[in-house]
Design a protein around this ligand. Structure first.
Ligand code: COA
Length: 252
């Protein structure tokens, strides 16, 4: 529990808001613990179909609270930040980041573990680890170069470059950018769209995207196995029935 992490439920959409506005939404250990718990609860709840992470006020998050870093990160006991990152990257269901404003440090690196990253036009993205005398975390030293290419990743991680929303979109760090007038409604609509989608198809697709199975042939065979299973599934039957009856599909 943390008063600074607000979790709300709207039908099948769960929204987690980082809300510690007087400290620019800096994240403490207690907040990481609450974030981990919220993601694990979402993972376990079959009725919850989409999870949105966002920030309150004029920040997404300014990153780890600089007076509340965990120094022992690799022991047997998982500290809250590791629990949070593990819960996020192991979540088999869709996670959406709605980057309302500035994303700094783990505010940027957590995005690499989200499935969809939607941003407000005024959002910015920076990871000033070297400036702080630390190093990249959350596997960002692998995932950021994969996402934006080595040249831009080095500019961010080594030279401390901050990207604006358009650059983040152009470089492939974010999925879509919305202007102020359309931002809130678009996030709501997209989250609802994900929540209304076929849940098993969604999980299997996420798994295929995230977890490569050996060589290309092996991976393609894994896709075919899932494809074939889905063709025999109630989800496929419902999608076809809905098409024939010219209505929206409803998935259990
Ligand atoms: N940890 C703890 N406190 C933070 C914080 C953080 N990551 N980021 C901001 N705050 C606090 C400030 O200390 C200040 O507290 P105070 O009012 O008690 O003095 C308050 O939030 C407002 O911050 P301020 O710096 O005055 O706001 P700003 O609009 O001028 O700048 C930032 C905002 C986010 C650019 C700036 O605060 C910043 O650079 N923060 C540190 C970011 C960082 O290095 N994060 C760690 C990455 S690993």
């Amino acid at each position: 529990m943390s008063e600074f992490i607000i979790v709300t439920h709207d039908e099948r959409v769960t929204t987690l808001t980082i809300s510690r506005t007087d400290k620019k939404n800096a994240i403490t250990k207690a907040m990481y613990a609450a974030m981990a718990d919220a993601i694990l609860a979402y993972t376990a709840d079959d009725n919850a179909r989409a999870f949105v992470i966002t920030g309150a006020g004029d920040m997404f998050t300014s990153g780890n609270d600089i007076s509340d870093f965990t120094t022992e990160l690799t022991g047997n006991e998982k500290p809250p930040v590791v629990r949070f990152l593990d819960a996020l990257r192991e979540c088999p269901k869709p996670v959406i980041a709605a980057v309302n404003a500035h994303a700094i440090g783990i505010g940027l690196t957590m995005l690499l573990h989200c499935d969809l990253v939607y941003a407000h036009e005024n959002a910015t993205f920076g990871a000033p680890f070297v400036k702080l005398g630390v190093v990249p975390e959350a596997a960002s030293s692998i995932l950021l170069p994969q996402a934006v290419g080595m040249a831009v990743a080095n500019d961010i991680l080594l030279a401390g470059r901050t990207l604006n929303a358009k650059e983040a979109l152009d470089f492939g760090l974010v999925s879509r950018v919305f202007n102020d007038a359309e931002y809130s409604a678009s996030i709501k609509e997209l989250a609802q769209h994900i929540a209304d989608s076929a849940p098993i198809s969604m999980r299997k697709s996420k798994d295929l995207i995230r977890n490569r199975r050996g060589d290309m042939t092996t991976h393609m065979n894994a896709e075919f196995a899932d494809f074939g299973a889905q063709l025999k599934s109630p989800e496929f039957a419902e999608s076809i029935a809905a098409k024939m009856q010219k209505r929206k599909p409803v998935y259990k």
